[in-house]
Design a protein around this ligand. Structure first.
Ligand code: SF4
Ligand code: MG
Length: 340
């Protein structure tokens, strides 16, 4: 499958009053044409910083320390602001968790979508812009689109605002859409509708999507492949069926166990892996999950495990090494099963 984005050995840090936060510490993954790649992890895992690095929307205090981001023949880590402006919104678009932060409260939403198209297609006439915006509103199922073009962001519900954002993101038919927790603030029914719609639109436009979430349940519904991040590193990467059938990392096992059942509410879900993510001003020398991992051994805190690979599936955990003990090892023999 054609590769559209290739991130290799990416390291991004930023300065804070308490020191340098090593948010992304050597991340590699690929996005193929027309696929939906999930990046899953808790807050602080480095997933948002990774996406902001791709779009070069980092704060002034941030630095890309190492690595490359290949996109359509360019290394985005080396592009200047002018080159990035030509890419953002046009070739790579983004949807954030809070649409209010990216919508202008003083301008009707229809005009905001039109402006988005005009930046990259100045040749379009006002009538064409309006017509295209109407079509987009219809596609994302905004009721009474003609009337809604003139509404202001505050006149929409959270779910409808997110639809406006999706319309805006798709306005220029981007090759890659990065969605960072776009449904996290919405209730489950609306979330479901929006995920279904993203799937439909993705097929229609053959857009590749990076979908960032803390929720492996959402990944199951939407994604083709998934990258599991923790402590600024990729813990595991696999196809969607693979990750659910043959998980190869204790952190993934924890995430799987925390997918909500009927009676679990959000608060419970977030507590289901005891402990908290590492302090990235002083990241652990060894496996970043060691302080929370129920299977950690002496070597885990001392040294970072190497990746093992089974086809398109890879993971880093000492329990997957050939000399790992069988006893008390939830991954014993699992690599061989994954390889089949
Ligand atoms: Fe747990 Fe050790 Fe594997 Fe890290 S390397 S996930 S601490 S067993
Ligand atoms: Mg985030």
């Amino acid at each position: 499958m054609e590769e559209i984005l290739k991130v290799e050995g990416l390291k991004t840090s930023f300065m804070t009053s308490s020191g340098e936060v090593q948010a992304v510490r050597g991340v590699s993954f690929t996005v193929h044409k027309g696929e939906i790649l999930g990046i899953v992890g808790e807050s602080g895992s480095g997933k948002s910083v990774t996406s902001m690095t791709i779009l070069r929307l980092l704060a002034d205090t941030a630095r890309i320390k190492e690595g490359s981001i290949q996109f359509e023949g360019k290394d985005l880590t080396k592009c200047n602001e002018k080159e990035m402006r030509a890419i953002r919104g046009q070739k790579i678009a983004m949807i954030f968790q809070d649409p209010m932060s990216s919508l202008n409260p003083l301008i009707p939403v229809g005009r905001q979508v039109e402006e988005m198209m005009k930046i990259h297609h100045p040749e379009l006439k006002p009538e064409e812009l309006k017509q295209r915006t109407l079509e987009l509103f219809e596609q994302v199922r905004i009721p009474e689109p003609e009337k809604r073009l003139k509404s202001y962001p505050h006149e929409f519900s959270g779910g409808m605002r997110q639809r406006v954002m999706i319309a805006m993101a798709l306005a220029n038919h981007p090759d890659l859409l990065i969605a960072d927790e776009p449904t996290t603030a919405l209730d489950v029914t609306i979330q479901d509708q929006i995920l279904k719609q993203l799937r439909t639109l993705q097929k229609q436009y053959d857009t590749s999507i990076i979908f960032i979430t803390h929720d492996l349940g959402v990944v199951a519904e939407l994604c083709d492949r998934v990258v599991v991040m923790y402590g600024g590193l990729v813990m595991e990467e696999a196809g969607i069926d693979e990750i659910f059938e043959h998980p190869l990392h204790p952190y993934t096992l924890g995430l799987l166990a925390s997918i909500p059942g009927i009676n679990k509410d959000k608060a419970e879900r977030l507590q289901s892996i005891p402990g908290s993510p590492p302090d990235m001003t002083n990241p652990p020398k060894g496996c970043p999950f060691a302080p929370r991992c129920p299977y950690a051994r002496n070597i885990c805190a001392a040294e970072c495990p190497p990746y093992v690979q089974a086809g398109g599936h890879r993971a880093m955990c000492w329990l997957l090494q050939p000399d790992a003990p069988a006893e008390g090892n939830p991954l014993y023999g699992k690599l061989a099963a994954a390889e089949k």
